[in-house]
Design a protein around this ligand. Structure first.
Ligand SMILES: [Zn+2]
Ligand SMILES: [Zn+2]
Ligand SMILES: [Zn+2]
Length: 152
């Protein structure tokens, strides 16, 4: 006996809020079709994949990078182009030649593996420099609509 609590259902269920996952309908928000036969969560494999693309972190991250054509979405820096040129590549540290995928609405320590925060609209692909800049921006609490000056 380890005293571990029994799993009362996957941890991720609480992080998926775009659909009611307790209802026995296809989990893809744009579908919500009936489940036929032995299906328990999705009406089809295609919809399972579509749901995963928007929620499962490794899949969402991979697609974000592909969508951004493997370049930073802020400054356009393209590590693959730099890597192809040894003279240029020498000027960068290895970690500077990686693209990071940032959550626009931050996870703040929440469960990352499956979450609505992994929706494509909440992800942006950034080079190391821009990622550092963005992280610093979000730490300073100059926040949202309330503090935005009205024009005129
Ligand atoms: Zn479906
Ligand atoms: Zn950048
Ligand atoms: Zn969602």
């Amino acid at each position: 006996m380890t005293g571990e609590p029994a799993l009362e259902g996957p941890a991720w269920l609480a992080e998926v809020t775009c659909v009611d996952v307790t209802v026995r309908l296809c989990r893809l928000a744009s579908c919500r079709g009936e489940l036929g036969g032995r299906r328990t969560a999705y009406c089809s494999d295609a919809h399972a994949r579509a749901f995963e693309a928007e929620h499962v972190w490794p899949e969402a991250r991979k697609r974000a990078r592909r969508r951004a054509k493997y370049a930073c979405q802020r400054c356009g820096f393209k590590p693959s182009a730099v890597r192809r040129d040894p003279a240029q590549a020498r000027r960068y540290a290895r970690h500077e030649l990686k693209l990071e995928v940032n959550h626009i609405v931050a996870l703040r320590g929440r469960y990352r593996f499956v979450s609505c925060l992994n929706h494509a609209v909440n992800l942006e692909v950034l080079c190391h420099r821009c990622h550092v800049a963005v992280t610093n921006e979000t730490r300073t609490p100059a926040s949202t609509a309330a503090s935005r000056p009205t024009p005129g």
